[in-house]
Design a protein around this ligand. Structure first.
Ligand SMILES: [Zn+2]
Length: 236
């Protein structure tokens, strides 16, 4: 096989492989998007859990305050019962003072209860909003995932087809070059067959292609490689 034909086949193989690489990237992108959709749902669920816990804390706090009010009520009732039993004016005044003080305390606690109730309402609203957001996120995730999964399936089908082409193309390349090509690809040079551009740079490494190599290419006497190892071709 003459080298021009071999080079042409290498270019075709590269085109197929680049197509496969693109499909792989595309597929990864869709998988990542699916992950992100799931992540958004999980995040919202976590947030709702936290806010529900905060609401529980508020309810507990209020319960404690209400018990406190109950104790103060008991105390006030007890003092009021003692009012008829006191013997002196001093005792009576002291009792009055205690009752006043307990009522003041009760008033303060009742204010705290109101604060709690207000915060509970806010908290419930927050949970309701988040629950709405979650429902939307779940709906969007379900729809988009279905879409992405279809696209992934399309990619996979295209990969199967391209791999068929690739097998045929690869079999038609002389062993030396086929191996050289595979070696470049397996060493991270996904573009193993690069264009020698008009500005005399390599399409793979972007460095200048040495004049010596350009000369050889012009003479059409064999397949040339850039210093980076890649096979070089010139666009028609
Ligand atoms: Zn190069």
């Amino acid at each position: 096989m003459d080298f021009a034909e071999t080079l042409k086949r290498l270019v075709e193989l590269q085109r197929t492989d680049s197509g496969l690489d693109d499909l792989e990237k595309l597929k990864k992108g869709f998988l990542l998007e699916i992950q992100n959709l799931d992540g958004a749902v999980t995040d919202l669920k976590g947030q709702i859990q936290i806010e529900k816990k905060n609401l529980e804390d508020l309810l507990k706090q209020r319960k404690t305050l209400e018990i406190e009010i109950g104790s103060l009520d008991t105390k006030i009732t007890k003092y009021q019962g003692q009012e008829n039993e006191v013997k002196s004016n001093e005792q009576f005044a002291a009792l009055k003072h205690e009752i006043e003080k307990s009522r003041e305390d009760k008033g303060k606690v009742e204010e705290k209860v109101l604060e709690c109730l207000f915060k509970e309402d806010e908290q419930k609203q927050k949970i309701q909003n988040l629950t709405g957001q979650l429902a939307q996120a779940e709906k969007k995730a379900a729809e988009d995932k279905k879409n992405h999964q279809q696209k992934i399936a399309d990619c996979e089908k295209a990969v199967v087809d391209k791999n068929e082409d690739r097998k045929k193309q690869f079999a038609e390349i002389p062993q030396e070059f086929a191996e050289g090509y595979e070696s470049l690809r397996s060493h991270g040079k996904k573009v193993a067959v690069a264009e020698a551009r008009e500005d005399q740079t390599c399409g793979g490494c972007n460095m200048n292609v040495p004049p010596q190599i350009l000369n050889e290419m012009r003479k059409n006497i064999g397949i040339q490689r850039c210093n980076c190892g890649r096979y070089l071709y010139v666009k028609d």
